[in-house]
Design a protein around this ligand. Sequence first.
Ligand code: NAD
Length: 250
Amino acid sequence: MRLADRRVLVTGAASGIGRATAELFAAEGARVALLDRDREGAEAVAAALGPAAAAIACDVADGASVRAAVDEAAGRLGGLDGVVNSAGITIFGAFEEVREADWNLQLAINLTGPFHVCRAAVPHLKAAGGGTIVNIASGAGLRPLGDASAYCTTKAGLIMFGKALAIDLAPAGIRVNAICPGIVDTPMAWGLIDAEPDRQAAIERILDRYVIRRFGKAAEMAAAALFLTSGESGFVTGIALPVDGGRSFH
Ligand code: NAD
């Protein structure tokens, strides 16, 4: 029970890494609020977790929606000690075909979304006497991928946002860290691979860049989020932790 009595909000908790994080945190004793624009998905995950979990519909790109959802989360959990920002999207494509709307949407969800959530959550974390923020960034924020300039930019921005925030919030006892996953077995990754003309060739091409030659598991990202949320990482702030089978140095 490494998160006994902790109250943690997870965005993007209806699927993939956010879902695995909410599930692991609940198993470790936390009360969790599952925020997602997929209301039914979040409710299904929360129902399986029992009374320690609360599903709240929220579009992280909409500041008013986030403020209401974060306040509701703090109300239903009895306060807030932790945040995990996992909600995110990818829209890949050749640069000259990138639509302005898609550029803006990725920024709004992947970068301004965590801003809205942190902005709304920090007063609650301060009221709790401190806390943790974990941003699910990406290896694509450390080194670029082709045909993904908007996505890479949002994730590099998210890493830097967290580092800057780590400085600002340290006096309040709030630690801010990022996780940089490699390819992870979630609907997001399969959505990208399924859009390729040759699925098997795409998988081989991806795995060729990995030292540990397989997809990561959402539970492995959740385990890193658990470390960065628990007191075991009490002297860790402002880092961007690759959890990527060696991809970032290979
Ligand atoms: P996923 O698609 O399985 O889950 C993403 C969740 O975010 C979904 O439940 C979706 O409904 C929610 N979401 C999307 N936009 C939202 C919004 N505007 N408001 C609220 N919720 C919203 O994806 P995943 O693989 O679990 O991705 C989680 C995070 O990890 C993302 O930020 C992603 O960029 C990052 N990441 C994923 C991979 C990977 O290979 N899967 C690799 C690196 C980084």
